[in-house]
Design a protein around this ligand. Sequence first.
Ligand SMILES: *[C@@H]1O[C@H](CO)[C@@H](O)[C@H](O)[C@H]1NC(C)=O
Ligand SMILES: *[C@@H]1O[C@H](CO)[C@@H](O)[C@H](O)[C@H]1NC(C)=O
Ligand SMILES: *[C@@H]1O[C@H](CO)[C@@H](O)[C@H](O)[C@H]1NC(C)=O
Ligand SMILES: *[C@@H]1O[C@H](CO)[C@@H](O)[C@H](O)[C@H]1NC(C)=O
Length: 352
Amino acid sequence: MWHLVATYLLLLTTLSIGSAPPTDRDCGHDLINLWLDVVVVVDNSIGMTQAGLTEQADLNRFQSADDLFNSVFSILPHLSSSDEVYLAKGIAAAEQVLTAGRKNNTRSNYKQFVLIYASAYNDDGMGDPRPIAERLKTSGVNIATVAFDQTGDQDILKAIGEIASPGFNFTNKDEDLVGEVQAAMVQTNCYCSNSWHQYRDQFGVASSQKYGVCLRPVAITAGWTPAKFACQNMIQMGYMVTEYNQKKHDFVFKLIQNDTSFPEPYIYHIGLSYVNGGYYWQQPVGHALVPVNSNDSFWNPGFPQQSSTSPAVLNQQASSVISVGWQNVNQFTVAERYVCEVSSCDTENYCE
Ligand SMILES: *[C@@H]1O[C@H](CO)[C@@H](O)[C@H](O)[C@H]1NC(C)=O
Ligand SMILES: *[C@@H]1O[C@H](CO)[C@@H](O)[C@H](O)[C@H]1NC(C)=O
Ligand SMILES: *[C@@H]1O[C@H](CO)[C@@H](O)[C@H](O)[C@H]1NC(C)=O
Ligand SMILES: *[C@@H]1O[C@H](CO)[C@@H](O)[C@H](O)[C@H]1NC(C)=O
């Protein structure tokens, strides 16, 4: 009797582990490990009283290695009483600090983050902060804004938010401001090397959540097996692309469609192949392959075909309809373009 109960429990455990579908890696989010150049800009208008700030004092929790936030909050009580606001000057100063930090070509692998606290806004002529903010963003700096709402002036709040990078416009009234700023830093610290594209929640939507995954379409044709090795050699821990679910399948296809070196009909190898009685996804060298989840498979009609000589899988546009599905082919003789994948650079994955 006892024996039966034990077996039953074991079975349950095995089942629940076995049925979790594989998912794409999230951006590393270990706040202790952030590697970012951060500059904080605080406007010194009288609109920003100490009372407006004390509830945010918790912010200094998240740079324990650095007294950055401590400094910010020790400066704030000594704000000048001038009500002239030159946010543009503050942002220009931030730009200088960031540029100076790059003088010797050092830290070029560090992303740059500017956090702006502002309660007012001056948009005429010299004082207009927007051109310089645009310049910073264009050069790859992420800007987060915290608009201090003390008068309820929606126009000012909106204007301050427009300086921010997509999705990084916050206000002091936000319920979880600290969490939002932390998330913005984590997202900023999550990036792909040159010529790799970040997998994110929505293709082409810069404010959508990033995954900790980078993709690279390769417009050189090769058999599946040579393509697999090419991905492994292209970058450390690289592998041929996975398509764990519809979202990833569609994203990869959108990336291909936006790449003019991939002609129609669309055909490209993916990291799926038949191994030891089942279909498995490629992983970094040294990691176990991941079994395909049959709930999330995208076979074209009539596939997979049973054939010991066709274990490799590619995406193929099967008709004039703009969509692709999986087909199994020979791993050496069918030369096509392909897509590689690698983990992003982030708090769990430092990149030189
Ligand atoms: C597949 O779908 C069925 C029904 O929706 C579900 O019960 C099962 O857990 C799913 N399997 C996996 C591996 O996701
Ligand atoms: C650049 O290099 C010089 C000489 O090695 C050094 O004195 C200076 O501190 C460096 N500057 C930065 C920003 O690293
Ligand atoms: C941030 O910007 C978006 C898009 O412009 C807007 O919908 C949202 O309300 C803004 N959030 C805040 C807190 O201002
Ligand atoms: C699509 O391709 C164009 C031209 O190469 C590029 O500028 C753009 O960033 C691409 N879009 C996305 C969302 O990757």
